[in-house]
Design a protein around this ligand. Sequence first.
Ligand SMILES: O=C(O)Cn1ncc2ncnc(NCCc3cnc(NC(=O)Nc4cccc(Cl)c4)s3)c21
Length: 272
Amino acid sequence: GAAAETKRWTLNDFDIGKPLGRGKFGHVYLAREKRSNHIVALKVLFKSQLKQSQVEHQLRREVEIQSHLRHPNILRLYGYFYDQKRVYLILEYAAKGELYKELQKCNYFSERRAATYVASLARALIYCHGKHVIHRDIKPENLLIGAQGELKIADFGWSVHTFNRRRTMCGTLDYLPPEMVESVEHDASVDIWSLGVLCYEFLYGIPSFEAKEHSDTYRRIVQVDLKFPSKPVVSSSAKDLISQMLVKETSQRLPLHKLLEHPWIVQNAEPS
Ligand SMILES: O=C(O)Cn1ncc2ncnc(NCCc3cnc(NC(=O)Nc4cccc(Cl)c4)s3)c21
């Protein structure tokens, strides 16, 4: 509630439980807020590492963006606090853990499971784009699974508020610094592309443009070198959807609301 937003949290407000995972910047622990007995995930980030990697502004942007997002398929960031050495993110706990581990275990998902995940991600991204937020980092490592098996997009560390194009379109680009010119290129359609790669990976167990060397992956992406393996067998309807998302021209990518009407989604996704 509103109280939670303004309250100054400290580590003493929590009982710390088992480690849930370790990321580049720090560890994640199961925790219980003592007063409410509410179970949360507590991500502990070392200030030294944040400073060293110059990502403090990214973290601030994530906290700001996440504080306005409320959606069943977006992992909540309830708040944060810090002490001398660390920053703590108070996060919704996703009881069934990391999606990429599930994908490694199964190799690839059934068409029904893949379509259900893709539909819920599309709904979450429609919600984000409606608030002019693009995630920009949709990949299995940033997806968690809730207690009822529902998908949760996590880690908005790379998300941005899209610039109001009218503001930049009528003004000349000439005086904009590279980072603003670059992000004008970044519009919401980047998430459609990533969702297409993710759909491919759900069905085949490998990302659509995987290659041994980075340079080869780069070339396959810019050439949209999309090939469908013969195994596992995947419906032509699924391949049709993926082919409409992995399109080089950003304006030609299948809009997310049209994705939800695609026959493969309609026939395979569990009702939300
Ligand atoms: O995933 C696991 O390891 C284990 N796991 N298992 C269950 C579970 N339930 C909830 N959360 C988990 N993990 C944390 C997920 C995150 C959400 N939001 C984040 N944001 C972030 O890291 N931001 C950030 C960090 C460093 C720099 C910058 Cl710029 C930004 S991480 C869970």
